[in-house]
Design a protein around this ligand. Sequence first.
Ligand code: ADP
Ligand code: SF4
Ligand code: SF4
Length: 585
Amino acid sequence: MRLAIIDYERCQPKKCSLECLKYCPGVRMGEKTIEINEDTGKPVISEVLCSGCGICVKRCPFKAISIIGLPEELDESKIVHSYGQNRFKLFGLVVPRDGVVGIIGQNAIGKSTILRILAGELIPNLGKHDEEPSYDKVIEKFKGTELQSYFEMLKERKVKAIHKVQYVDILPKVVKGKVRDILKRVDERGKFEEVVKKLELENILDRELDKLSGGELQRVAIAAAYLREGDIYFFDEPTSWLDIRQRFNMAKLVRELKKVVVVEHDLIVLDYLSDYVHIMYGVPGAYGIVSLPKSVRVGINEYLYGELKDENIRFRKEPIVFEKRAIIDYKNRPILLSYSDMKKSLGSFKLEVKGGTIYKGEVIGILGPNGIGKTTFIKLLAKVIEPDEGEVFSEDIKVSYKPQYITPDYDGTVEDLLSSITNIHSSYYKSEIINPLQLEKLLDREVKELSGGELQRVAIAACLSRDADIYLLDEPSAFLDVEQRLAVSKVIRRIADEKEAGIFVVDHDILFQDYISDRFIVFSGEPGIYGKGSEPLNKREGANRFLKEMQITFRRDPETGRPRANKEGSQKDREQKEKGEYYYE
Ligand code: ADP
Ligand code: SF4
Ligand code: SF4
């Protein structure tokens, strides 16, 4: 079976000369391989008539077409949902069960589609996109499986599904009012006080929803889902915008619920949170397949290896390897800058940092909660602001900064933006930035129209393309899937080496930080009131200090070496806390 996928947002028949139609050998022989839909004015490809020659893919000036061969075992009868002819198809589903079921996979592989189906928001059409979908057909299709009774209950509206959506930033558009009132209104389980405490919402209870930051909004959305009485709960990317402590607070809360399905890209949190996982693979934007359920350790390992053992399927050529970084011998490294102990007050916020030395080519991971002075620290290093006490010893330092919240306020295409910074047509730029960050297909897109993950990759590229001595990337992993996170960390490492710059990375994905950083600076204190930054610490000591502050212990998976959080109160957790060994060996 072959899929012909058209990205109808890219397809612009008024601006091309219908190259797809003009050059298709089928059409030239008089067949209806490609036809123009009268209502939309856009092409439709017949997957039955298409020979898969790929000419239209090459000819389309807007790169709107993909022709994809499906694995042999898939055929039309296995489609659970199709968004239409030449659009995304989903093969397979997740079976909800008691406990927490996690879903891992690339962006645009169908994860949110599954949540919408299981939450009863979308009746799957079983691939028959021109017929009216109905639960009766779905029940017939899944007869004799666990999903049969689940859909029967959905049909009879006997499942109360609670869904924390992915894009929490749309919430203020649909719900108005103060946080306290909104949460009290949905408190069907009488746990308002408890959730306010556990998610640290005390200070924002009297704020209007549209005055909240992304991280605050995320916690309110999680709290609202938790407070409601449901038979099953769905959490779509609950860690976005949260710092590490907030991520684990969320995870502990979600684990209290009886039946949960969660989609998450922070593998450490997903690992901590889930009892089982399903892996999703396929071709993003074209089709997605769901694996059998796996125990969480095996599932995450198989995802990283790119191979499903039980199914005997290799779905990615290269394994994702988060290698241990060799420890740098600092004696031989040129110094980028040094600084003494420093103090700085900004309004009512006070920052204190211990002095240190940063070497050229180093990646420094900054660990700590949001609002604790990390950006102020970088501004001190860059001499954008002066310390009240202490000093930075350096020539003039240029800084390039990617903020945490990126707003697409640029008028023009991605190519315009990047070209205004550097020569993007050099082969160096292509191989170091464009290809690994998958920007090729985004170049002709308007910056304002990019999705969160696309904008993130463009913002990272823009930041690293500027000429600077220090780069500060605030949360580069946000909205990226696991594979994109790995690609970004490789790009950052290479740029650090080549430009002999110092790169500071603030990020709350510990797997990403573990892979990317040479050393850690740990910030602690109270957000918005005071912050204390450590000197640059070797990774072991830095991580240990940070995790001790969080009261979370980590071990390493013996098979892959990846870090795993111990469940609170487990034997390992207690043993490690007793020994003061919060970090893993
Ligand atoms: P994920 O959650 O894994 O990122 P989604 O389930 O959101 O993936 O989407 C899978 C694919 O289906 C994407 O290519 C997306 O663009 C497409 N898609 C999602 N919703 C619709 C829709 N209503 N109409 C057409 N295509 C859609
Ligand atoms: Fe033009 Fe490409 Fe659309 Fe065909 S698919 S109509 S070539 S933009
Ligand atoms: Fe026509 Fe070839 Fe494109 Fe199929 S792949 S629609 S046969 S040009």
